[in-house]
Ligand binder design. Structure first.
Ligand code: DP6
Length: 345
């Protein structure tokens, strides 16, 4: 029988940021994210008979074309997860993968890509063992984390935390956990993330380098303490539907991430003039209309605007008339909050 599995897994946007790690993919502080509905990676793995003596034999096809440049990262992932999936050394893995968002849109695909891979491996393991894996999603989250930290949060939908924190029962540094809907004011599930694509090139600072900059960072301890406090405060904001507090924390997290980058050794400015132009206009719009448009940034120049779907028409009009001129090729992506990955086959 041909063993084969296909999963589609989404990207996520961090509200409290993971920035800095210890050991093998252990976060320096806990983080929290919204899982998105768009910006997905679809991955299919087929197990074939091995034809070489190499530890791992893989063939990667990205968006219909052979992509040997992806192999290094995937082999590193297989190496790190070999204790979880011993079968990966016994077969040749044919990995066909594609993103639903434009290639090189500046959106990190490691979260969606690594979570899709991890989920496929969990399904294949079930087929080989002919047995249901206990805690399937937890295992997928542990494996995804070993590929890319933020990927462990993409295994679940809604609001997802990762990293041990006393106010998050069952939280762990090894895998992500979902915030129970009873812990979240319903309105937050109606949020939209409009991603304004300011820079569609390759990432200027790889996440590996970015995280390592925290190791000798003069503000590292303050950063970790702030992130821990923000995890506590955002929990209150989410439970009580306190949008003012939510806004303050989410925006402060984005600013701190970039402030850390600017004060690292070596230092980087990842915002572009267009990033600042958009932020200023969004803040003016919020002041003038009273509509809560909340800014966040990842480790790049793109701007994420979070807002409730009831304001979609007004905010999209605003984006089209005032903001797209600051975007690369006038591009932006709009995503609602998603339910997490889906098994296709
Ligand atoms: C700024 O998860 O890409 O997006 O573990 O090295 O793959 P690796 O890092 P990655 O880092 C994400 C950093 C961030 C914040 C976040 O998503 O929490």
């Amino acid at each position: 029988m041909l063993l084969n599995a296909t999963w589609e897994s989404p990207s996520n946007i961090a509200l409290v940021k993971y920035w800095g790690k210890k050991g093998i993919q252990i976060p320096a502080n806990p983080s929290l994210s919204f899982t998105l509905n768009e910006a997905k990676t679809r991955t299919e793995i087929t197990l074939l008979e091995k034809t070489s003596n190499d530890d791992y034999q893989i063939k990667v096809i990205f968006e219909g074309k052979e992509a040997p440049n992806f192999e290094g990262k995937i082999i590193q992932f297989l190496n790190r997860t070999t204790h979880l999936f011993t079968f990966t050394k016994e077969y040749q893995l044919q990995i066909e993968t594609a993103n639903t968002f434009p290639h090189s849109s500046g959106i990190a695909s490691s979260a969606s890509g690594m979570s899709a891979l991890a989920l496929c491996l969990c399904t294949l393991e079930e087929q080989i063992e002919n047995n249901k894996t206990l805690d399937f999603y937890r295992k997928a989250s542990i494996a995804a984390r070993l590929g890319s930290g933020s990927a462990c949060r993409s295994v679940y939908g809604g609001l997802v935390s990762w990293g041990k924190h006393p106010l998050y029962p069952g939280s762990s540094d090894e895998f992500a956990t979902v915030l129970e809907p009873t812990e979240v004011f319903e309105g937050f599930y109606g949020f939209i993330d409009a991603i304004l694509l300011v820079d569609i090139g390759e990432k200027e600072v790889s996440s590996t380098l970015g995280h390592s900059l925290l190791e000798k960072h003069p503000f590292a301890e303050t950063r970790y303490a702030t992130a821990n406090n923000n995890m506590g405060a955002i929990k209150t904001a989410l439970k009580e539907g306190d949008i003012e507090l939510f806004t303050k924390i989410v925006e402060a997290e984005a600013m701190m991430l970039h402030a850390l980058m600017m004060t690292s050794n070596p230092y980087f400015i990842l915002m572009k003039p267009n990033t600042l132009a958009i932020i200023q206009k969004v803040w003016d719009f919020r002041k003038q209309t009273g509509i809560h448009t909340v800014i966040t940034l990842d480790a790049g120049a793109n701007v994420h605007i979070l807002f409730h779907e009831q304001y979609k028409e007004t905010v999209i009009d605003f984006i089209k008339t005032d903001l797209v001129m600051h975007c690369s090729e006038k591009k932006y992506i709009c995503s609602s909050i998603g339910n997490g990955p889906a098994q296709i086959k």
